[in-house]
Design a protein around this ligand. Structure first.
Ligand code: NCD
Length: 303
């Protein structure tokens, strides 16, 4: 159903996302019951190829593969022949010829995963490519929202922060709109892609307006590593106008929650008082990240 590879959520239909989210619930039960020896992927081999830093995504893919019984190898890019000048495609083909069933890749260049996918027989999961997509993050975000609210249909989600450089925002927009949620974006004008409204989202210039009446407030990190020049005056000023704090969170609906893909810069995109409060589901997102990745590995590699 997912096809050979999962490169993004653009064009992925509702029933496919439904299948992944349903399987995620099954996997979450296994995690909550501490069942880590499931053996459904015995004989399958998975390799991660991360050209960018990661804590949650890479580790949870590794746990997911091992809990399901797959043979799992992490390629340390900085210690590999990549450091000797080997091209991405040549590295991919080398891994492919080892009989690898699935390559999970993160890369700083948008479209790099598609390029890899076109060069190898192995399946590919995009674990984040530049400013393009990060499908498993959006799937775990949707799984978390569904766990809290029961359904994504009609759910009001505000995404606040560096939308322009965020593959997380892009994948969430595709996924959430497909599942019937309403998406509002808010960022300084310099951190919003031109024409983003055409994706079917509401755009607000004031964070107060964006948050008022929503069910989910999703904060995003300022991606300084992707900004070639300063796109806003200072971190302090960003926090003053766009930071999520107690006063701003009160504008959201009763029962509203705070989410963030991590890593969080405390005191920049969100205050510690919100991040450490019971409104914050950031840690639950991490558990759901493991569940979603187990679900995907099983759906893509299982018999
Ligand atoms: C995100 C990413 O790498 O795109 N992190 C993640 O996967 N949890 C967001 C970020 O780095 O800010």
């Amino acid at each position: 159903m997912i096809g050979k590879s999962l490169l993004g959520l653009e064009g992925v239909d509702k029933s496919t996302i439904r299948t992944i989210l349903d399987e995620t619930c099954v996997m979450r039960n296994h995690i909550d019951n501490n069942e880590k020896n499931l053996k459904v992927l015995q004989g399958k081999s998975i390799i991660t190829l991360f050209y960018e830093n990661s804590t949650r995504t890479r580790t949870s893919f590794e746990d997911a593969g091992k809990y399901l019984g797959a043979c799992f190898v992490n390629m340390a890019v900085s210690n590999s022949s990549v450091a000797k000048g080997e091209s991405l495609v040549d590295t991919g083909i080398t891994i492919d010829r080892m009989g690898t069933d699935l390559i999970i890749m993160r890369h700083s260049v948008s479209g790099a995963c598609k390029m890899l996918d076109e060069s190898v027989n192995a399946k590919v999961i995009n674990a984040g490519d530049g400013m393009h997509e990060h499908p498993t993050q959006a799937l775990l975000d949707m799984a978390t929202m569904e766990e809290i609210f029961g359904s994504l249909e009609g759910l009001k989600v505000a995404i606040i922060g560096d939308i322009k450089h965020s593959r997380v925002a892009r994948s969430n927009i595709y996924g959430l709109l497909t599942m019937g949620a309403e998406v509002t974006l808010c960022a300084p004008r310099t951190l919003l892609p031109i024409g983003i409204e055409d994706m079917g989202v509401r755009v607000c210039s004031s964070v107060e307006e964006a948050i008022t009446g929503v069910d989910v407030v999703m904060g995003l990190r300022i991606q300084l590593e992707r900004q070639k020049k300063s796109l806003f005056p200072s971190i302090a000023e960003y926090n003053k106008y766009y930071g999520i704090n107690d006063k701003r969170m009160k504008l959201a609906n009763d029962g509203a929650v705070f989410m963030h893909p991590g890593p969080v810069n405390r005191g920049v995109e969100v205050s510690s008082s919100i991040l450490d409060s019971k409104l914050s589901f950031v840690n639950r997102q991490v558990t759901n990240g493991l569940a979603v990745r187990m679900a995907l590995l099983k759906l893509m590699l299982g018999e």
